[in-house]
Design a protein around this ligand. Structure first.
Ligand code: NAD
Length: 489
């Protein structure tokens, strides 16, 4: 399987899908591009209809045994999987840098380590049944039963972590799965599949890769009990329509246009680096990145200057360069989208405080950190999710105005408020998560999901586990009634 070396030190590798406990090549392959230099990071198999049928049928065949295992047995398998992934994190992390672009030591290794700790924490979780009524005559209980075969679809920004958020709770709850990876960034998770092959019973977890067409086949497939999807709102809407015919259960984790509000009393010097990384971590390609920064007019100029100072100290480059604090945008399509937004801002005469120009000679998808000073609320840079390193910094006069403008969006994923009265202001924001003087905080015990068009349902926490199972009411007659029944028969 292994051969020479590619850039970044990761071994050359034949990537295969995991189907029914076997590593399966594609009849077709597509090059995965290293976004830092345009070279080929690896060739990824593309699943066709036959691969999907096979993956679904082995997952269905594996379901009775897997779902009959105890929570302890399934949790134990996930713990062993976490140990095996941990043992290979130095293989997975450079691969993630190679295909995704994020800096190796500070972000790629962090994503793998975070994924491992989520796997371990979720493996310990349990969902208990709940007694609804207990009388001398009846016992009525709400219990949870495994759903069946789950179809999971993930994006390219945190391909390992976001896949684990789907794999760990679904397998723990007794479901079997077919996971489809994003075709621009599937290599780390295909490699994860090789690790899972050694640990999990055949068919329990199947990993395939391919694009929108494969995703659409999954949505239409009658055997999936549920689709759990993380990606854009546009695709989420298509999935919801496509799932109607078979009435599949859905969890949709979608886009955001997350506001942060800086209150008049905020300490802008202390806040600037926190807000900067809240917006630009992973080159802004995070669903919960700050995408609109509202600053009280008394602090606007000072915060903008501080942010520009932080930006000027940030080195952008290949994720394998130890000096790089930010990498490239992950793929050409996203790069072009961010460049187009930048050009639109320029054409509209917006003021750039940092960045705003692209090096036309570069071979990678690098975008400089770009700060746009006070563009109008109806501009594209404010209205649309940028998903790249470009941030509008908007001035407001009153807190009521800031709240109104922050809520004036169809999105509602996350929001943050900074300052002494942040809690009061936060309670008026329309978002699935509101951070109060707090950077993005996630945990296996903390449910996550969007309001409005940012999603349907929740992942993680008790609610996330419940979403992996079917609730079932069990009403039991107690002995006296049974005896009565017997006598009457
Ligand atoms: P995307 O919707 O283009 O693709 C996501 C996945 O869906 C990929 O695997 C893709 O191949 C697949 N897909 C595309 N079209 C499909 C179709 N018609 N049917 C079925 N599957 C299809 O999104 P993306 O560009 O990969 O990811 C970026 C988006 O994801 C951003 O909007 C971001 O905010 C969002 N996101 C949300 C969360 C969250 O938890 N809410 C987390 C990360 C990213």
């Amino acid at each position: 399987m292994t051969g020479g070396k590619v850039r970044g030190g990761a071994p050359k590798h034949l990537y295969a899908m995991l189907i029914g406990g076997e590593l399966v090549s594609g009849r077709r392959e597509e090059a995965v591009i290293n976004p830092a230099d345009g070279s080929v990071a690896g060739m990824a198999p593309i699943a066709d209809g036959e691969h999907l049928e096979k993956a679904v049928s082995v997952a269905r065949a594996a379901f009775p045994d897997w779902s009959a295992k105890s929570w302890e047995e399934r949790g134990g398998a996930l713990q062993r999987l976490a140990d095996a992934v941990e043992a290979e994190k130095e293989v997975l992390a450079p691969l993630l840098t190679l295909e995704q672009g994020k800096p190796y030591r500070t972000q790629a290794l962090g994503e793998i380590e975070t994924a491992i700790s989520f796997l371990r924490d979720i493996a310990k979780q349990r969902l208990s049944s709940r007694m609804l009524r207990e009388t001398p005559k009846h016992q009525v209980e709400l219990r949870y039963v495994p759903m069946g075969v789950i179809g999971a679809i993930t994006p390219w920004n945190f391909p390992v972590q976001l896949s684990i958020w789907k794999i760990a709770p679904n397998l723990l709850c007794g479901n079997t799965m077919v996971l489809k990876l994003a075709p621009s960034c599937p290599l780390s998770m295909l490699r994860f599949g090789e690790i899972a092959q050694r640990i999990l019973p055949p068919g329990v977890l199947n990993i395939i890769s391919g694009g929108a067409e494969l995703g659409e086949r999954m949505i239409a497939h009658p055997e999936f009990a549920k689709i759990t999807f993380t990606g854009s709102t546009a695709t989420g809407k298509r999935i919801m329509k496509g799932a109607a015919d078979t009435l599949k259960r859905l969890t949709l984790e979608l886009g955001g246009n997350d506001p942060a509000i800086v209150l008049p009393d905020a300490d802008v010097k202390a806040l600037a680096p926190i807000l900067f990384w809240g917006a630009f971590y992973n080159s802004g390609q995070s669903c919960v990145a700050i995408k609109r920064l509202y600053v009280h007019e008394s602090k606007h100029a000072a915060l903008l200057a501080e942010l520009a100072t932080v930006a000027s100290g940030v080195t952008i480059g290949s994720g394998f360069d130890e000096a790089s604090m930010l990498g490239p945008v992950q793929n050409r399509q996203q790069f072009e989208r961010v460049v187009e937004l930048m050009k639109d801002s320029r054409a509209c005469g917006h003021k750039f405080v940092a960045g705003g120009t692209i090096d036309g000679e570069q071979s990678g998808y690098f975008v400089p950190v770009t700060l746009v000073d006070n563009p109008p609320d109806d501009s594209r840079i404010v209205q649309e999710e940028q998903f790249g390193p470009i941030l509008p910094v908007l001035s407001y006069k009153t807190v009521d105005e800031a709240v109104r403008r922050a809520n004036d969006t169809k999105m509602g994923l996350a929001a943050s408020v900074w300052g002494r009265d942040a809690a009061d202001v936060g309670s008026r924001l329309q978002a699935g998560t509101v951070w109060i003087n707090e950077s993005p905080l996630f945990g296996a015990d903390i449910p996550f999901g969007g309001h409005k068009q940012s999603g349907v349902g929740l992942e993680l926490g008790e609610e996330g586990l419940a979403a992996c199972m079917l609730p079932q009411v069990r009403a039991t007659a107690k002995a006296p009634e049974l005896e009565g029944l017997g006598r009457n028969d």
